[in-house]
Design a protein around this ligand. Structure first.
Ligand SMILES: Nc1ncnc2c1ncn2[C@@H]1O[C@H](COP(=O)(O)OP(=O)(O)O)[C@@H](O)[C@H]1O
Ligand SMILES: [Mg+2]
Length: 385
């Protein structure tokens, strides 16, 4: 009898040196109660590591509570964390406990902590110093809690400190045990292992015969840069499983961007980026994460841009790719890049501030000169600008 693996079974697949030492550090972290900061690009497995630490720790019988700090306005983030008192704002009909309280005796995992505002960082710091919870709108401290804090970010907090956007004192508090997970392209030997693991997983999930991967297809998968790391790999494998339906996965079955970049094995320049001619540009890779994998602009574009990992030219190119799809419609772009519609103003002011607001007129389709059809994720509306 074979059991379909459950999504809740977290596993850290890999045999690279990086993964083996990560396993050891993770075990050590699980034995202690110290705060842990997990760093690494999007999709490398930061949440997996946080879950494993909790599961292997003495707190495993209590809850692990996760909150993603990206994209939430301060007021919401604060009330999510600390709860609110009845009547503290319109619609607050009753007292509501925050996540910190729900994590009592367990673990609180704050994801994307590098996205928090300076004000929120002060609130966090105060909580870490006192352990006290004051619900929003309450006039006194409600309770104290015992929680273990794990944080994660794909940003370079040290350079954010230099840039003045992250508090150094908060950083020192969070960065007690540091676990950093290298991107998949720096641990190539893990790729076939992960491919085979998820191939089995999705074959079982979709009830198709277990498939194999042809050697040249595997070569292309290993050569690909995987900008979205393991998250992207899982997506690709699932799509391929559905397409091949139990047959051997051939080179021709792979998505075109993988085949394209695999045609020339990426050579890494001094900047660590693939520099071979014909390889997909970073702007195209990151756009694909939003267009094909529903990643949000705030999660995959904003952080590397702010940490200067992504250039202004890259960002402009990404906006251009999006506007070509939406015919110059910025409201549509917000949806296309997987942001909530109310982020429209924030998004535009971000683009203006960094001089990346491209004039939409250029992208309006002129009747009779229609461009090649492009996959459109949502209907194109009428408003421009
Ligand atoms: N080493 C690994 N072994 C198995 N699955 C992994 C591994 N790393 C990541 N994953 C899977 O990839 C996806 C993205 O991982 P996640 O921890 O959410 O990444 P991050 O938080 O760094 O963006 C998840 O579905 C996770 O289960
Ligand atoms: Mg994550």
């Amino acid at each position: 009898m074979s059991l379909v693996p459950r999504h809740s079974d977290v596993r850290l697949i890999g045999r690279s040196e990086a993964i083996r030492s990560l396993e050891a550090e993770l075990d050590a972290a699980a034995r202690s109660d110290a705060k842990v900061l997990i760093t690494g690009e999007t999709g490398v497995g930061k949440e997996v590591v946080a879950r494993l630490i909790h599961q292997r720790s003495q707190r495993s019988t209590a809850s692990l509570v996760t909150l993603n700090c990206a994209g939430l306005p301060d007021s919401l983030l604060e009330s999510e964390l600390f709860g609110h008192a009845r009547g503290s704002f319109t619609g607050a009909y009753r007292d509501k406990p925050g996540l910190v309280e729900l994590a009592s005796n367990g673990t609180l995992f704050l994801d994307e902590v590098g996205e928090t505002s300076m004000r929120m960082q002060v609130v966090l710091l105060r909580f870490l110093e006192t352990g006290e919870i004051q619900r929003i709108g309450a006039d006194r401290v409600h309770t104290r809690v015992n929680v273990r804090l794990i944080t994660a970010t794909n940003r370079d907090l040290e350079s954010q400190i230099v840039a003045g956007t992250f508090r150094e004192d908060l950083f020192f508090r969070l960065n007690v045990v540091r676990l950093s997970i290298p991107p998949l392209r720096e641990r190539l030997e893990d790729i076939p292992l992960l491919i085979n693991y998820y191939l089995n997983f999705y074959c079982q999930l979709h009830k198709v015969p277990t498939a194999e991967v042809a050697a040249d297809a595997m070569d292309a998968l290993v050569a690909y840069r995987w900008p979205g790391n393991v998250r992207e790999l899982k997506n690709v494998v699932e799509r391929v499983v559905l397409r091949t339906n139990g047959q051997t996965v051939e080179h021709a079955d792979l998505p075109s961007d993988i085949v394209r970049s695999g045609a020339i094995r990426p050579s890494f320049g001094a900047d660590g980026r693939g520099s071979s001619i014909g390889a997909t540009s970073r702007a195209e890779e990151l756009s694909a994460l939003m267009l094909k994998q529903n990643e949000s602009f705030w999660a995959v574009i904003y952080p590397p841009f702010m940490s200067r990992d992504l250039t202004r030219a890259d960002l402009r190119k990404i906006i251009q790719i999006g506007l070509e799809i939406t015919n110059g419609n910025y409201r549509m772009l917000v949806q296309l890049f997987n942001m909530p519609t109310q982020d429209y103003k924030r998004f535009l002011s971000f683009l203006r501030k960094h001089d990346c607001h491209l004039p939409f007129q250029r992208f309006r389709v002129v009747p009779g000169r229609l461009p090649d059809p492009v996959p459109v994720k949502a209907a194109v509306g009428a408003h421009n600008g």
